[in-house]
Design a protein around this ligand. Structure first.
Ligand SMILES: Nc1ncnc2c1ncn2[C@@H]1O[C@H](COP(=O)(O)OP(=O)(O)OP(=O)(O)O)[C@@H](O)[C@H]1O
Ligand SMILES: [Mg+2]
Length: 285
């Protein structure tokens, strides 16, 4: 039987613009993509994204792109004094079928080697629009295809839920870093996220857990801290990272002041802890 799909009719079915991404110049790098995700809100995802990205750029010479995937736009709030004007909308890239790339909308910061995606009010609508799109899980991964050849590390700050945006972050990621504060709710959020990562492994077989990072650790609550740590160690063994981020007001003040912790107070305990985290992560990259 003659196959119509073998002839030119196939182009009508598939649409040339959807099957052929425009050829683009590629860079020479191959970024590791790290999604920073947690189901519970307020556990330090953004603080970790911003300060890890900055530390990798400042102290490890990495060329870093920080993707603000959370419609709250907290990366941009946290770095507002350091972000250069310019760039475009990530939501438009995620809505495009035309091989649009995240690098097209990124903007620079005053930290050498650190770029970010700008604040984008459209991302809230993207969460819902993605729900109606076939292949919705792969949109961000595809939009990083060329972009990742211009960076060493791409860090994605995910929203505090397991919706379509976070799903895109996980499918695009080589590794997931999971911040967890010492609270029972945060621990159940880790279990939920690990379950989600196991599901995502069907779409992204290479996904790995980079580690679980204890954040906002208050040295005065020893009993709670060790109970939470033991539960995580029992469930996930050495996925618990050897570095912890202590409670440190300088971190909150830096975020409030619109700059990373190294610009705000490079001698603070928060700066020390995030430098140590970057050392541990850089060894694994
Ligand atoms: N180690 C810390 N010490 C003191 N304050 C911290 C620390 N880490 C984060 N904070 C503060 O806690 C609040 C929540 O942190 P952050 O925004 O990083 O959490 P998040 O997980 O990204 O939140 P969301 O779920 O809303 O995205 C912020 O005000 C931040 O400045
Ligand atoms: Mg956040």
């Amino acid at each position: 039987m003659r196959s119509f799909l073998k002839s030119g009719i196939r182009r009508i079915v598939t649409g040339p613009e959807k099957t052929q991404r425009p050829a683009r110049a590629r860079g020479t790098r191959k970024a590791t993509v790290i999604a920073i995700a947690a189901q519970k809100g307020g556990v330090g995802k953004t603080t970790t994204s911003v300060n890890l990205a900055s530390a990798l750029a400042r102290y490890h010479g990495k060329r870093v792109l920080l993707v603000d995937l959370d419609p709250q736009g907290h990366v941009n709030t946290a770095l507002r004094d350091q972000i250069r004007v310019g760039g475009g909308c990530l939501s438009e890239i995620l809505a495009s079928d035309l091989g649009a790339e995240v690098i097209d909308i990124r903007t620079a910061t005053n930290v050498p080697n650190l770029d970010v995606t700008p604040y984008d009010t459209g991302l809230g609508a993207t969460e819902n629009l993605l729900g109606t799109r076939i292949g919705k899980e792969y949109v961000l991964r595809d939009a990083l295809d060329v972009t990742r050849t211009f960076y060493d590390t791409i860090i994605i700050d995910c929203p505090p839920n397991l919706g379509n945006l976070t799903l895109n972050g996980l499918v695009a990621a080589d590794a997931v870093l999971i911040p967890c504060d010492p609270s029972p709710l945060a621990v159940s959020g880790v279990h939920a996220l690990v379950d989600a990562i196991r599901d995502v492994a069907r779409l992204n077989p290479n996904i790995d857990v980079l580690g679980i990072l204890m954040t906002r650790v208050d040295g005065r609550n020893l009993t709670l801290n060790s109970a939470v740590q033991e539960e995580i160690e029992e469930a996930y063994g050495d996925a618990l990272l050897p570095v912890q981020i202590g409670i440190n007001n300088a971190l909150a003040k830096a975020q409030h002041g619109g700059c990373d912790i190294f610009e705000f107070d490079e001698k603070s305990r928060g700066a020390e802890h995030y430098r140590s985290l970057a050392d541990v992560i850089a060894e694994q990259l």
